[in-house]
Write a protein that binds this ligand. Sequence first.
Ligand code: PGA
Length: 224
Amino acid sequence: MKNLIIAANWKSNKTKEEARIWIEEFSQFEIPENIEVIILAPYTLLDMLSAYIKVNSLKIKLGSQDISPFDHGPYTGEISSEQIKEFADYVLVGHSERRSNLGESNDMVNKKIEKAKKAGLKEIVCISGLEQAKSLSSDDLILAYEPPGSISTSGPNAKPKDPKLVSDFVLKLKEFRNGNILYGGSVNHEDVKTYTSLDNINGALVGSESLNAKAFVDLIKNAS
Ligand code: PGA
């Protein structure tokens, strides 16, 4: 069976109490051997979630949704790689919402990758096209292909990408990139397998459908 990474991108959602209810429900489910589940949670939830995972010996990895491009020091509002590393193993970098809402450039993405590497975090880097992939300074990354217009929150016409087009894109990506590639963009429990069964796709980055524990469990069950 193919090994898969299924990452939940909670974005700017969930209070501590909501996250506690989610993890209590989700942890009743036994995660299949071949699936690595990663929760990309808001910074405010990392402490509580990491403690819960540890105490209950859960097979769940944690990640943050961003990282400071600086070392620790006088950078008001930033969270440094070593602060994240206390709670998490992964970091999401370059999500299209950050690129468009906050003007995050390819250069900034590379600075963040450099800091993540220094702290021993594993990076999931979002790309929406080949140019963004070509601009990455490291080859040792998990890439998440999230086509513009396919992310559920990008507007009323958002729809998952035609799997054939995802396959075509990933083939071009493979000409110059190694490593795992996830697909993201409106993935749900009904269509997840359409993507995870594609050659060269190693999992999914899931936004909206990951907010509900039951829907996320169904998605994981259907992924392989
Ligand atoms: P979506 O979000 O699954 O709600 O489309 C995916 C993402 O933005 O990472």
